[in-house]
Design a protein. Sequence first.
Length: 222
Amino acid sequence: MPGEFSKDESKTNQIWQVMIAFALGAVCFLATQVFTRVPLLGWLQKQPIFVTWTMSFPLLSGVMTALSAGVFEESGRFAFKSFLLKPEKSPFWESVVFGLGHGLCEAVWVLIPVFGRLILISPGKFILPIVERLLAIIMHIGLSVIVWNGFQLNKRWQYLLAAILTHGLVNALIPLAGILGWGILQLEGLFAGITGLFLIYVIYSRKYYIEKESYETSTPID
């Protein structure tokens, strides 16, 4: 019947939209980190002036490196949302799926090189990296929601800045932990607490989004 065909077609279209958002999230990580930021940092680390600066100011250089991750990745999310994921007012799942694709791609990139080595040495030692990656995936979902919220609320640049600073501050805990002498469990415990805050924010942000059937014609949220 026509109504049934229409429903099937709508469901198929939504599945494709979910797959595209997930794939674009993964591509965003590859574009902003693997093909851009990481090679740039590798080049800088071969420059004597940069090496001298990092040795003279280890905490500052660590914080700046951490902030660079926020600049590259959040600007990438912003660009992908601006040019590849239309319309600006989107269903809530789009930000979540994009962040999931971004975070899972990073997890594969981080874990595959060490997987075989850790399994051979001690399978139990692989548990902590997996937990750390799960926390990071949730954070990536939260960061995507922050960027998407800017489009929902017509405050794109303010929320982009908030996402960059949030990402940078979270990453800056790693060099700070080294300076303060924190152990890995202390650091991961702190990350777990921050992840909980991200989850609360993601759930709270659902109110900014509207149903798929009406988001294209809805008036902007102030």
